[in-house]
Design a protein around this ligand. Structure first.
Ligand SMILES: Cc1cc2nc3c(=O)[nH]c(=O)nc-3n(C[C@H](O)[C@H](O)[C@H](O)COP(=O)(O)O)c2cc1C
Length: 203
């Protein structure tokens, strides 16, 4: 049993990033961590969501998932983010959540959090790396320790070979094209391992 606490924080409109978050939670749990799966606050108006069956279904599927708070981040040793690619950057809902952490940041509470990120996009080259970099840029300001998969395990190649973090392509039908489950779980386990090293080194 590791003594690492992991917050898996996601935004999802069509369900993909919710699934990635659940797989990450499985991987982190298997690595012995204590895990919370948390969604970020929705910002889109109800009137827009109402007109989109897939979006409505995701809101319903995630209705019992708690909304992430600063207290959750303070609790966590490691944070795994999952966000759709939106015009080549993270979804605004995720950015809003990050922007709400100014108080945590100002009190030095984001320093040394071990972070890792995942994303999805409709196109194979639709901005996955740029999205992950957009998140990691904010993490550098946090003083967080970014733990990417790199090419540290063959499973990364099998999932499309994104060393920045696991990414998946979502078809027009909303289904994932590559099989990334093993890569997500690997990324989560690696994040737990790095968080263990950091925690131990800090004691
Ligand atoms: C406003 C908007 C912008 C998007 N921008 C991109 C993009 O830049 N590149 C891309 O490949 N897909 C883009 N997409 C598709 C989403 O990335 C895709 O639907 C998402 O990854 C699915 O994740 P989810 O099921 O968790 O919502 C965009 C979708 C929306 C609604």
């Amino acid at each position: 049993m590791s003594n690492v606490k992991v917050a898996v924080v996601f935004y999802s409109m069509g369900g993909t990033n919710y699934q990635l978050a659940k797989w990450a939670a499985e991987g982190a749990t298997e690595a012995g961590a204590e895990v919370k799966v948390l969604k970020v606050q929705e910002l889109a108006p109800d009137s827009v969501i109402e007109g989109n069956e897939g979006w409505k279904a995701t809101v319903n599927a995630t209705k019992d998932v708690p909304v992430a708070t600063s207290a959750d981040l303070e609790w966590a040793d490691a944070i795994i983010f999952s966000t759709p690619t939106r015009f080549g950057v993270m979804a605004s809902q995720m950015k809003q959540f990050i922007d709400l952490q100014g108080g945590l940041w100002a009190n030095g509470k984001t320093i040394n959090k071990v972070v890792s990120a995942m994303t999805s996009a409709q196109n194979p080259h639709g901005g996955q790396e740029a999205t992950l970099l957009s998140l990691y840029t904010a993490m550098m300001h946090w003083g967080a320790i970014i733990a990417t998969p790199g090419y540290s395990d063959p499973v990364v190649f099998g999932a499309g070979g994104n060393p920045y973090g696991t990414s998946v392509t979502v078809g027009q039908d909303g289904k994932m094209i590559e099989d990334v489950q093993a890569a997500v779980k690997y990324q989560a386990k690696r994040t737990v391992t790095v968080a263990e090293w950091v925690k131990k080194g800090n004691q």
